[in-house]
Each structure stands twice: as structure tokens, then as C-alpha cells.
Design a protein around this ligand. Structure first.
Ligand code: SAH
Length: 391
């Protein structure tokens, strides 16, 4: 496990080109008196080659390169911290221009791997079992910050220029980091379109999964506009249980959620929806729950992901024992569903589900306590000096 030190972000006046779509890139060039066709060249350098400076763009004239350098930058979010787990999982804490931070995780498999990307700083959902839910929402991330997370992860592994899909190590994206992506749909959609676009990062839509707690009105649009894979954080087979752990269920109950899932554009047996199911001891882990689940999803092309609850300090839930989780999985399998039990990755660096940003927050809290203690000591010393002077 390694740990990199916090770096500071310098004030940058020049406009960042990362996160601009094709039209915006054209407009930015026209605004400095250049021809729109230059956008094609720049797009290739930025998103296919992963260039971080204009000097490297050898098919552009020297004068143009200097001009671009004066006006623009090609920047990723700054890395405040990077940690690599003993199991290979890597986590970055990114530091955005306004000082806000969000985390990204890379989960490597044998010859591929998924990058788990954040869509918001904090979250408004307050799911009871999720640590991010205890942090208030600070803000939505903008498209450049979402695209930037993936590009910075690719930088970290030197995966430029963009390899063919089959050769990629950073082969998949899951929108399962901090935040609810469908509460920030416009920026998430813009970012994913840039990531999917040809002659750039060009990641296929089949390699991207968007996970939602169930923002029903946006689900159809997600399928129609983006065509990415859908994952639903289901976590319970009935409204009572679900509403108790996920307040969003009161707004969008299971009947509506299931209807939206059934109508998800492009859903077939070859492209199934994933139901995520966090196993919480004594809450949603009985065989009766599993049986109810099979009825709830009957007829939907789907698979399950069973996630043993990841405890965090102060959580009121526990993870069921292995036998309970296994029995639950077996019942689903016998009913004909794919239902793997997920083993948590990156536990030593707190990279597992629902734990993102907690460690850095805890650190800040600790630093704050230290500052408070110093402050108290100083105040005492001043008081003592004053008393001494008075006597
Ligand atoms: N808001 C989106 C995406 C972020 S959460 C959503 O709800 O889908 C990513 C996944 O991690 C969700 O399925 C979430 O329910 C799960 N999760 C959150 N906290 C967890 C915890 N402590 N243990 C296990 N899984 C957790």
C-alpha cells in the first residue's frame, strides 16, 4: 500500500479543454480566431493520444501551438491522494479547482478492470447503510470533472493512446462512486458521450454501467440517450423494507421502479439489468426475502449482484454470516438467476462500496481536533499569562 502526499492546486486562468464536447471545442477555437476544423485534430490529441500539453502536437504549426498554450490547458483534476491496495485496487482522491474532493477507484481483474466514477460530491439520498449518505450533498460534478476522473486513472496506468476495446486494462466504467448519477443527469450524460465518442476515448456503451437508487423519471432517458447498461440498487423486495433503508423509495415506490426497468430501452437477455442487493443482517437477508425477490423481478432480463454489507464506523447494520448469504444466493440460483456474491476489494484502503471519501473526511476531522486542541492550549497559555500579569 502506498500513499502519495497532498498536492496543492495552482490558480489557473487558462481555459481547460478537457470535458468540452466537439461543438464546444470548435467554439473555443473560433473564439481565438482559428478555423473550426482544428477541433478534429485537437480532439484526437486530447482524447485519443491523451496529450497534456500542446508542445507534443507535432502536426500543428509552431505558432499555433504557442497560441494554444497561451489560451488553454489540458488538465485533469489534481490528485490529492493515491493509494494502492495489496489486492491491486487503486483509489484516488481528486481535488477540484474549488477545493471540493471526490474519489475514484480502479478495480483490476486479470486482464481488464472497471473504473468506479463519482458523479457528485456527497449525496442527497441518505440510504441508511451507505456512508456517503451521512455526508450532505456539496455539489454536482461537472462533465470535465467526470471525464477527468477517467483520464487521470488512465494516466496512472499510462494507457495512452487509446487501445482497442479488447486490449484495455481500464476496460469498463461503473457510475457507482459517490453520488446519484441520475440526479446529475445532464453533466453525467455529457461526460459519458465524450467518453464514448469515436476517435477519442471511444469506450463502447456496453462497457459502461450506470447505477441508480431508482430515480424513475430519468431511467428511460438514460437508456434512450446513452444506451449504457443499467444497474439498480434494489436492496429489498417490498416497499416497507425498502423505504426503511432507502428514503427515495417513498418518492418512487417499487411498482413504478419496476415498470421503468421493464421499459428500459434495449433490455434483452443478452443485455440484462443488474440488481444490486446489499445484504443486511436481519433486515433483507431471509429466504422469504429471496423468494419475494424472484417474484418481483419475474420476466425481467436481469442478474443480481449480492454485496455483503461493508461496515463503517457508526453504522447500525451488520453483515449476515456467510451461510446466510450463501443460502440467499443459492435460492436465487435455483430459481434460474445469475447471482454472484461480490467479495469486497480494496478493504485496506477503504475503497469498498459506500466508503468513499470517509477516510479523508476522518483525517480532516482528526486534523481539526488537533487544531482545536492547539487552539485550547494557546488560549490557556494566554489566560495563564494574563492571570500572571494581573497578580
Ligand atoms: N447512487 C447510486 C450509485 C452509488 S452507490 C446508487 O445508489 O446506485 C453504489 C452501490 O454501493 C449501491 O448499490 C449502494 O447501495 C452500494 N452501497 C452503499 N453503501 C454500501 C455498504 N456500506 N455496503 C455495501 N454496499 C453499499
Amino acid at each position: 500500500m502506498n500513499d502519495s502526499a497532498l498536492i496543492t492546486v495552482a490558480a489557473e486562468q487558462r481555459r481547460n479543454l478537457v470535458g468540452l464536447d466537439r461543438n464546444e471545442l470548435k467554439e473555443a477555437l473560433v473564439a481565438i480566431g482559428e478555423k473550426p476544423f482544428r477541433a478534429k485534430q485537437l480532439w484526437h490529441w486530447i482524447y485519443h493520444r491523451g496529450a497534456t500539453s500542446f508542445g507534443a502536437m507535432t502536426d500543428l504549426g509552431k505558432e499555433l501551438r504557442v497560441k494554444l498554450e497561451e489560451q488553454f490547458v489540458i488538465a485533469r483534476p489534481a490528485i490529492a491522494r493515491q493509494q494502492t491496495s495489496t489486492d491491486g485496487t487503486r483509489k484516488w482522491l481528486f481535488h477540484f479547482a474549488d477545493g471540493q474532493k471526490a474519489e475514484t477507484v480502479f478495480i483490476p481483474e486479470e486482464d481488464r478492470g472497471a473504473v468506479c466514477i463519482s458523479s457528485q460530491v456527497g449525496c442527497t439520498l441518505t440510504c441508511r447503510f451507505c456512508h456517503t449518505g451521512t455526508q450532505r450533498l456539496v455539489r454536482n460534478l461537472k462533465a470535465p470533472e467526470i471525464v477527468g476522473q477517467f483520464m487521470a486513472a488512465r494516466d496512472s496506468y499510462g494507457e495512452w493512446p487509446t487501445p482497442l476495446d479488447e486490449r484495455r486494462m481500464l476496460s469498463n466504467i461503473v457510475m457507482m462512486g459517490m453520488g446519484e448519477p441520475l440526479y446529475n443527469f445532464d453533466e453525467v450524460a455529457k461526460a459519458l458521450k465524450i467518453i464514448m465518442a469515436e476517435d477519442g476515448i471511444a469506450l463502447g456503451k456496453r462497457r459502461i454501467t450506470l447505477s441508480t437508487a431508482g430515480v424513475v423519471p430519468e431511467i428511460e432517458r438514460c437508456g434512450r440517450e446513452l444506451g449504457v447498461n443499467l444497474a439498480i440498487s434494489l436492496h429489498a423486495p417490498d416497499d416497507d423494507t425498502r423505504s426503511a433503508i432507502m428514503p427515495i423509495n417513498k418518492k418512487y415506490p417499487l411498482k413504478d421502479l419496476m415498470a421503468a426497468v421493464r421499459n428500459y430501452p434495449g433490455l434483452t437477455n443478452a443485455r440484462r439489468v443488474t440488481f444490486e442487493y446489499v445484504m443486511l443482517k436481519g433486515v433483507n437477508d431471509s429466504l422469504a426475502h429471496a423468494r419475494a425477490l424472484t417474484k418481483l423481478v419475474a420476466g425481467i432480463p436481469c442478474k443480481f449482484n449480492l454485496i455483503p454489507f461493508n461496515p463503517w464506523p457508526g453504522a447500525t447494520y451488520e453483515c449476515p454470516d456467510d451461510a446466510t448469504v450463501q443460502a440467499f444466493a443459492d435460492l436465487l440460483a435455483t430459481a434460474g438467476f445469475t447471482a454472484p456474491i461480490r467479495t469486497p476489494r480494496g478493504r485496506d484502503i477503504l475503497a469498498a462500496c459506500g466508503q468513499l471519501r470517509t477516510d479523508s473526511e476522518r483525517r480532516s476531522a482528526k486534523e481539526q481536533r488537533l487544531r482545536d486542541a492547539e487552539e485550547r492550549t494557546r488560549a490557556q497559555a494566554t489566560r495563564a499569562e494574563k492571570e500572571h500579569a494581573d497578580t
